[in-house]
Write a protein that binds this ligand. Structure first.
Ligand code: PLP
Length: 415
């Protein structure tokens, strides 16, 4: 019998205008083709230190503990949760979409006492509601999502760190979808732990999760470091806390590896580190303000284009993520058929949706390397043609003009 054999990887040139992953910046791909180094080679440890310094700027923080978790964004989430939250400890989670639900699922697996602030998909929590829930539940940890791609809304976080600190609560924020596209103002927000990913607005591939940790949270985590002589009981009463229930995601061990101690833990994923480092370099070279304005222009162009075509944009303008836009699938239009035509005729991917929004909205992303004028215009133009082919022909041809005008107007305002 003939053994199976397959050709070289040669993917079609798709334009990825969904909620991620997105097309990777060519400089990042080039960086990732560089050769390996030994993990304790001085060149390698210097690259690690440089990556920490670059990501402090990306996260707008002076946190010493700013580094990478090897794995997709969910690895950063899991590392933060398992290291911050002890079995039996109380955690308060804002749930307004798919990723809030993920946080509570992870917390349940840890064996935490999970309390939630539940909102309709598309809503965001006010600072007053967050404080009231903290007062009511008295959690040890507060957790929420910055931009929940499932709803395309961004949770405002100004003042939230202060509220948490006032009540002695450690805070965690998942900023996977917004890092690199909107301000993830870690020190300004005053939150303790924030994680991200590369495959959204950082313009990289999935597989590395930048994380930043305040000194206060790091102290809490180091206190949970298991003693060398053996395993601690989860119910130890000396205030040191329970051992972190994961080896790979034990942030105390991972911090020892990234510190001058260089205590061996995993082997840092060399290629992903090269890629993450280049993502940050591309971002910082562009400048944070310029980059955020470019994402705002893309978002304004997408929403203006969709509205000019007669479509209804999902959610509240005041809380819109500037890198992914939800749009209601019009009555009588087959959402999956439209996505298939976009892909097959135009090589463009747009996103579907989850949970209560499944089959009801599309999600159109313009993130990182794809938050570009021509890519947005191609997408809106293609959607116009595809919708017409599906018998939906309200205001044909107006989308692209409106998108272009909105792009230019937004960047003029920013200048
Ligand atoms: C995309 C996304 C993730 C995904 O994590 P991966 O493990 O990289 O798939 C997590 N959180 C949010 C808010 C996201 O938008």
């Amino acid at each position: 019998m003939q053994e199976p054999f397959f050709g070289q990887i040669d993917p079609p040139q798709r334009l990825l205008m969904g909620p991620g992953p997105v097309n990777v910046h060519p400089r990042v791909l080039r960086a990732m083709s560089a050769d390996m180094l030994g993990q304790f080679d001085p060149e390698m440890t210097e690259y690690m230190n440089q990556t920490m310094a670059l990501y402090r700027q990306v996260f707008m923080t002076s946190n010493r503990w700013t580094f990478l978790i090897d794995g997709t964004a969910r690895a950063g989430i899991e590392a933060a949760m398992v290291s911050l939250v002890e079995p039996g400890a109380r955690i308060l989670i804002v749930r307004a979409g798919r990723f809030g639900l993920l946080l509570s699922e992870i917390a349940e697996r840890i064996g935490a006492d999970v309390r939630t602030l539940d909102l309709e998909w598309g809503e965001v929590a006010t600072p007053e509601a967050i404080e009231a829930a903290i007062v009511a539940h008295r959690p040890a940890v507060f957790a929420c999502i910055h931009g929940d791609t499932s709803t395309t809304m961004a949770q405002p976080l100004e003042g939230v760190g202060e509220i948490c600190r006032k009540h002695g609560v450690l805070s965690y924020v998942d900023a996977t979808a917004t890092l690199g596209g909107m301000a993830v103002d870690v020190d300004g927000w005053g939150v303790d732990v924030v994680t991200g990913g590369l495959q959204k607005c950082m313009g990289g591939p999935p597989g590395s999760s930048p994380i930043t940790i305040s000194d206060c949270a790091a102290e809490h985590i180091f206190r949970r470091r298991h003693v060398e002589s053996g395993i601690r009981a989860a119910d130890a009463t000396d205030g040191i806390g329970a051992r972190i229930g994961s080896n790979y995601f034990d942030l105390a061990m991972v911090m020892d590896y990234w510190s001058e101690k260089r205590l061996n833990h995993h082997t840092e994923a060399t290629t992903m580190l090269y890629g993450a480092r280049e993502c940050a370099r591309v971002m910082l070279e562009e400048g944070l303000a310029t980059r955020f304005a470019r994402h705002r222009a893309a978002s304004a162009a997408v929403t203006a284009g969709l509205r000019a075509m007669g479509l209804n944009v999902f959610g509240q303008d005041a809380f819109r993520m500037t890198n992914v836009t939800g749009v209601w699938i019009p009555e009588g239009v087959n959402g999956d058929a439209v996505r298939a035509r976009m892909r097959e005729d135009f090589e463009i991917e747009i996103g579907t949706a989850f949970g209560p929004l499944a089959g009801r909205i599309w999600r159109i992303g313009a993130m990182g390397y794809n938050a570009m004028k021509h890519k947005v215009l191609h997408t809106i133009g293609a959607l116009d043609t595809v919708l017409a082919g599906q018998g939906y022909a309200v205001r044909r041809g107006e989308g692209v003009d409106a998108a272009l005008a909105a792009w230019n107007a937004t960047l003029q305002d920013a200048a």
